[in-house]
Design a protein around this ligand. Structure first.
Ligand code: DP6
Length: 330
C-alpha cells in the first residue's frame, strides 16, 4: 500500500473548548471557534504494510513514548475497522515548530494523521468525517481540518460533532503574534484538564453563556469587527482560566509574564491599537491583531521580561496532502 504525506496547521481558539460531555469520544461541552496558524505545521507520512508485525510510530525522528503511541494506534485501529483489514502501519510525524515551546502540537498532529492514514488505508473521507476522525485523537484537531476561520459544532452525538470553515483564510488578515513564555513547571495536559472542568462551580455558568459568545465571535469574524472580536475573545479566555483556577485540584497556567503581556495588550487597546489576547493551557500569550498592527504588537510585547521570543502566524489553510511523489518508508 502506498505511503501518503499530509500537512496540517495548529489552530488558536477564540472561543475555547474546555470540558467534555464524553471524554472517550471527545464530545465537547460547548462549541468553539478558531483560526488555523499558517507557517506552523506538522507533516505526517503513513504507510500500511501487510508485512509489518506491529505499528511503528516516530515523532520528530524518535520512537513515540507509550502514551503518544497509544493515541496514534487508536486512530489506526479505527481506520483498520473502517477499511476492514488488519495491516500495521509506519507513521512518521515532524513538527516544524520546536516541541516544548508550548505551542500545542496535538491539533496539527492528529489532523495530519487522520488525513494521511485514511488515504493510505484507501479511504476517501469527506471533510466532516475527517474532522470527526481527527476529533477522536484530539478535540482541537477537528478544527485543523477545514481552512481559515473554523467553527466546531458541539453536536448532539458523535455523528454531528465536527468542524466547518466559516470564512476562508483571505477573509480577514488577522495575525497571531505568539509571545513565548517559559513554563517553570511542566503543566497539566489538556486531556487531564478537560476531565477536571466539571469540578469547577463556574463551568456551568461558562457553558450556559457559550451560545452568546459563539454568536458574537462568529458575527465579529464575518463582519471583521475588531472591537467586538477583542472583547469577546478576551472574555472567553478569562472565563476558561477562571474555570481552570477553580477546578479541584486547581490548574494555574499563567506565569507572571503571561499577565504582564495581557495587561500591556489591554492598555494598548485602550490607547487605540487594535490588539487582543488569548491564552490556552500553557503560559504563552497569543496576541491577535490585524496585519497592519502586527509590527506595533510585536514591539509592545517582545521586551516584556519573561517573553523569550515572538512568533508570527497568519491565517492558515486546511489539512492537505503533500503532492511529493510517494516514497516508501524505512
Ligand atoms: C485550551 O484539544 O488539546 O487549547 O482533546 O484532550 O487533545 P484533547 O484536548 P485539546 O484541548 C484544547 C484546549 C485549549 C482550548 C482550545 O483549543 O479550544
Amino acid at each position: 500500500m502506498l505511503p501518503f504525506t499530509a500537512l496540517a496547521h495548529p489552530n488558536i481558539a477564540f472561543i475555547k473548548y474546555w470540558g467534555n460531555r464524553s471524554d472517550a469520544l471527545r464530545l465537547p461541552a460547548n462549541g468553539s471557534i478558531s483560526m488555523n496558524l499558517d507557517g506552523l505545521e506538522t507533516r505526517t507520512t503513513v504507510q500500511f504494510d501487510p508485512l509489518l508485525p506491529a505499528d511503528v510510530v516516530k515523532i520528530n525522528g524518535r520512537l513515540a513514548g507509550s502514551a503518544s503511541r497509544l493515541r496514534v494506534v487508536r486512530m489506526l485501529d479505527e481506520l483498520r475497522a473502517l477499511a476492514s483489514f488488519r495491516h500495521c502501519a509506519r507513521v512518521e510525524s515532524l513538527n516544524d515548530f520546536p516541541t516544548g515551546t508550548g505551542i500545542a502540537s496535538s491539533a496539527s498532529a492528529f489532523a495530519a494523521l487522520a488525513l494521511a492514514a485514511s488515504r493510505s488505508a484507501g479511504l476517501y473521507l469527506e471533510q466532516a468525517s475527517l474532522s470527526r476522525l481527527a476529533r477522536h485523537g484530539s478535540g482541537s484537531a477537528c478544527r485543523s481540518i477545514p481552512a481559515g476561520f473554523v467553527e466546531w459544532f458541539a453536536g448532539t452525538a458523535d455523528a454531528d460533532s465536527y468542524a466547518v470553515s466559516i470564512a476562508p483564510p483571505g477573509h480577514w488578515d488577522l495575525v497571531d503574534c505568539i509571545a513565548l513564555i517559559s513554563a517553570e513547571h511542566k503543566t497539566t495536559g489538556s486531556t487531564e484538564g478537560h476531565a477536571l472542568a466539571a469540578t469547577s462551580p463556574l463551568q456551568s455558568a461558562r457553558l450556559a453563556d457559550a451560545p452568546r459568545r459563539l454568536e458574537f465571535c462568529r458575527r465579529a469574524i464575518l463582519e471583521r469587527d475588531f472591537a467586538l472580536f477583542a472583547g469577546i475573545v478576551e472574555e472567553d479566555s478569562n472565563l476558561m482560566h477562571a474555570v481552570m483556577m477553580t477546578s479541584r485540584p486547581p490548574l494555574f497556567y499563567w506565569q507572571p509574564a503571561t499577565l504582564a503581556v495581557m495587561q500591556a495588550v489591554r492598555a494598548a487597546r485602550a490607547a487605540g491599537l487594535p490588539v487582543c489576547s488569548t491564552v490556552d493551557a500553557g503560559p504563552n500569550v497569543h496576541v491577535i491583531c490585524p496585519a497592519a498592527a502586527s509590527q506595533e504588537a510585536v514591539a509592545l510585547v517582545e521586551n516584556i521580561p519573561g517573553v523569550r521570543q515572538v512568533r508570527l502566524a497568519k491565517v492558515g489553510g486546511p489539512a492537505r496532502l503533500v503532492e511529493d511523489p510517494p516514497r516508501p518508508l524505512h
